[in-house]
Design a protein. Structure first.
Length: 104
């Protein structure tokens, strides 16, 4: 834990499909989430520093939208994507993905 810089615990989740605004090529898939951010898989991530809006395409968050800023890209082949930082905590997102993950 010596290198851990996160202040909020990160939770891996069952995949949830998201759309981005402005639109990216393909779809983004939610990989993990915390109160202040998320990591999404996407082969062509938006530029670091850009603002985006995520719109969830599946229950239990269908139509729910969040705004954030892209803070980094994932560099590994298996986790090619981008991290989004939310300007304020989003407990509804965390609650929904937690319940979906344990509903199976």
């Amino acid at each position: 834990m010596g290198n851990e810089r996160r202040t909020h615990k990160r939770f891996d989740v069952q995949p949830l499909i998201c759309r981005t605004h402005p639109r990216l090529h393909g779809i983004s898939v939610l990989r993990n989430v915390s109160l202040k951010g998320a990591f999404l898989l996407n082969g062509e991530p938006p530029p670091v520093g850009s603002r985006c809006e995520l719109e969830f395409a599946e229950p239990p968050l269908t139509g729910y939208r969040l705004r954030g800023r892209v803070v980094r890209h994932g560099s590994l082949k298996l986790s090619r994507g981008y991290a989004v930082d939310f300007p304020s905590p989003h407990p509804r997102l965390l609650r929904a993905v937690y319940h979906k993950s344990f509903a199976y």
